[in-house]
Design a protein around this ligand. Sequence first.
Ligand code: IPE
Ligand code: IPE
Ligand code: MG
Length: 252
Amino acid sequence: MESTRKNRPELPEPAERVLSRIERANVPRHVALIMDGNGRWARKRWLPRSAGHRAGVEVLTPVLEAAGRAGVRSLTLYAFSTENWTRPEDEVSGLMSLFIEKAKTKVPELHERGARLRFVGRTDRLPERIRTSAREAEEMTAANQDLDVYIALNYGGRSELVDATRRMMSAGIDPSEVDEETFASYLYAPEASEMDLVIRTSGELRVSNFLLWQIAYAEFYITETLWPDFSAEEFLTAIESYASRSRRRGGV
Ligand code: IPE
Ligand code: IPE
Ligand code: MG
């Protein structure tokens, strides 16, 4: 589908080269990103962790551009987990302030690029100013169709399963009616297609309570690169890696 975006910036030359090699028919529809390593990036530079988070936000623009150019339909970004509240209070409040500050420039930018934003997680337990900002972002971008961007905020895979079960039970669903399809329809974003590829930066070999249901048959791409050093080129390298794999899904 031709993009409706007005000013489509070029990707850096190395990213364009990777893009030209990718077999379009094999591009993942839905990519999840565990954006990890901001703190280590800052520590390497003798900077406060907040500087790492700030630098991390800037990577979103080239990555979203690369996703759109490659033909990825949906992205889910892990921004703040249900466990991240255990961090020092000043880091948590700094992150919340950063979300509000960056939403002011990034949301109109995403809107311009035709992205539809949705927030997933226990968003009702976020501070009021974040909820308002999230609601405004969803309203502004609701009609966009180029790319679906899900922001996981106060998100936990286990909480999502618990919340889905609660809502299903409140709706009075009979146990005999519960199958995988019914269950999936009570998740935070039931309209989203299943996860095809999960990218984790900073080298940790774990899921950290992300998308436990949706990653059942996802492929993984794990890189040592710290999130603030991640790039359009490396995102496309992950897509290229995915495109060359054989997803057998239990078959032969
Ligand atoms: C990821 O970077 C950002 C969030 C969890 C919000 P970290 O802050 O976890 O960075 P490291 O893992 O300590 O390097
Ligand atoms: C995962 O990173 C959460 C986000 C990227 C938001 P963490 O840094 O919180 O995960 P752990 O602590 O390494 O498992
Ligand atoms: Mg981390």
